[in-house]
Design a binder for this molecule. Structure first.
Ligand code: HEM
Length: 183
């Protein structure tokens, strides 16, 4: 996973619980204490899962609460850091169709072909009439985060749409299938 996500998770922990908490999360996740995550570098997906689990332990929150807090933090940061992506889309539908391409853009800087593919394999968005069907396959199982970010995107543009998951890898399905339906 590209380090933007780990960097923002560590920033969130530090802002909300202080430097000691972020050091403890690194310790429990077996990440070197002096590691500074770079947003243009690739890190192991398994290490991310350890970081996320350690965050829940240290902050004493559920994975669902961690996803909620991270979605807020990440979405605000994305609007500040990448305003062009938001300006380019005139509504949430356009943005959500573009989302896999935004993500895959981060893979182009990754030298290792397998690592590159691990990023580009994660998302596929198909149009179904006016609705969207998102196919998400990732060992990180962050479909909850996807849905929270999709809802924030819908609210940002003022679209009238709902998000629900039809199939989920956490229930043994081969992938998560998320539907975004416009009224
Ligand atoms: C300008 C806006 C955004 C940027 C720059 C961005 C960038 C990224 C990057 C670099 C990653 C790591 C990808 C990897 O290495 O595998 C990521 C992960 C993720 N993003 Fe975004 N993202 C944006 C918006 C969104 C939105 C709107 C959604 C959902 C609707 C979303 C859903 C996710 C999810 C679920 C992951 C975790 C993927 C996984 O590892 O399983 N992102 N994002």
């Amino acid at each position: 996973m590209v380090g933007l996500i780990q960097k923002l998770l560590m920033d969130l922990i530090e802002e909300s619980a202080g430097a000691e908490a972020s050091a403890e999360v690194k310790r429990r996740a077996d990440v070197p204490a002096d590691r500074v995550f770079r947003m243009d570098e690739f890190y192991d997906d398994e290490e991310w899962r350890r970081l996320f689990a350690a965050t829940c332990e240290v902050l004493n929150i559920t994975p669902e609460q961690a996803e909620e807090a991270f979605a807020d933090f990440f979405f605000k940061d994305s609007q500040r850091r990448w305003p062009m992506w938001f300006k380019m889309s005139k509504n949430a539908r356009e943005f959500l169709i573009r989302q896999p391409a935004i993500h895959n853009g981060f893979a182009t800087g990754v030298r290792d072909a397998e690592a590159r593919q691990a990023i580009t394999d994660k998302f596929e968005v198909k149009e179904n009439g006016q609705d969207l069907v998102v196919h998400y396959r990732s060992p990180n199982k962050l479909c909850g985060l996807y849905m929270k970010l999709a809802e924030r995107t819908i609210n940002l543009y003022g679209d009238n749409a709902t998000v629900h998951e039809k199939r989920c890898s956490k229930n043994g399905d081969a992938e998560c299938e998320i539907h975004v339906q416009w009224a």
